[in-house]
Design a protein around this ligand. Structure first.
Ligand code: CP
Length: 314
């Protein structure tokens, strides 16, 4: 490691480029990151982050986000320190605060990718950090890099990010991916959201109030709206977000994308899902060319290369 790393980041390196909330992403930055991701997808990696070091601090489980960030850093020539169970395997288990942990770790690395169960954790971490902080999901609040890869997927699959009717479905109260995506879609003109959820799992007013002039419809019914959609964005009912198993069971399986649903979906439309899925998309749907969710997961690599390149730009 000593042969390839640069010196620790200078403490005077300001301003740091944090990405902690969709509010950090205006349309110009979104478009820059999507263009950069497309370049990374087309071209061979070029080691531009050689000598830079990333820490991934994950206080909640992850497959896609952590692996794609770590793969992105390696593919750009950088190196990674990983705490995949930071809640139990770091000094958090001894009671150390998140702010103290981030302050210390940020002295060793150039950037921190943080997943944490508390809303606002990444923003608090950024205030304590001496390195760039990237939000990899803060509880039920937001997941901005997932929303970026979702936009990248929509643009690749449908050729545009405007004049779209997007159905966000499932647990929109706790669904950080849907909440972040709604905000990013509002940056582009003439989009419409169809918010499909049980009344108890409606999207929060904090997001709805921030959508500006974006047209939105709230409904509990799936079948009537499916023929009108360009994107059906399914989400998981998240057992870990409910106060009791009984409350989770009340909603489990409320919406399932089946071959019958696909029969009603337009030929040009796509089905997306941030994954993991636990029963809310029938695996029979996977062979349908409109099933974009595994392509979507792969797109996370290019977007995270673009985000790291931006955050660590010299
Ligand atoms: N979509 C997503 O955030 O997946 P992981 O929880 O596996 O990172």
């Amino acid at each position: 490691m000593r042969d390839t790393l640069t010196a620790p980041p200078p403490r005077t390196q300001v301003p740091l480029r944090h990405l902690t909330h969709p509010d950090d992403l205006d349309r110009a930055l979104i478009e820059r990151l999507l263009q950069s991701a497309a370049v990374f997808e087309r071209n061979a990696p070029d080691n531009r982050l050689r000598g830079r070091l990333l820490a991934t601090l994950f206080y909640e489980p992850s497959t896609r986000t952590r692996f794609s960030f770590e793969a992105a850093m390696h593919r750009l020539g950088g190196q990674v320190l990983s705490a995949e169970n930071a809640g139990t395997d770091s000094s958090a288990a001894k009671g150390e605060s998140l702010a103290d942990a981030v302050r210390v770790v940020s002295g060793y690395v150039d950037a921190i990718v943080l997943r944490h169960p508390e809303p606002g954790a990444a923003q608090r971490a950024a205030r304590a950090a001496e390195a760039a902080v990237i939000n990899a999901g803060d509880g039920p609040s937001h997941h901005p890099t997932q929303a970026l890869l979702d936009l990248y997927t929509i643009q690749k699959e449908l050729g545009r990010l405007d004049h779209l009717r997007v159905g966000l479905m499932g647990d929109l109260r706790h669904g950080r991916t849907a909440r972040s995506l709604a905000l990013l879609l509002s940056r582009f003109p003439e989009n419409e959201l169809v918010l499909i959820s049980p009344p108890g799992l409606r999207m929060g007013a904090d997001v709805l109030d921030a959508l500006g002039g974006l047209t939105r419809i709230e409904t509990s019914g799936l079948s009537d709206v499916v023929p009108e959609l360009d994107v059906l964005y399914q989400t998981r009912i998240q057992a870990e977000r409910f106060d009791s198993a009984a409350e989770y069971e009340r909603y489990r399986g409320v919406y399932v994308v089946t071959p019958e649903v696909m029969n009603r979906l337009p030929e040009h439309a796509i089905v997306m899902h941030p994954l993991p899925r636990v029963g809310e998309i029938d695996p029979q749907v996977d062979v349908d060319p409109r099933a974009a969710y595994f392509r979507q997961a792969r797109n996370g690599l290019w977007i995270r290369m673009a985000v790291l390149d931006w955050a660590l730009e010299a």
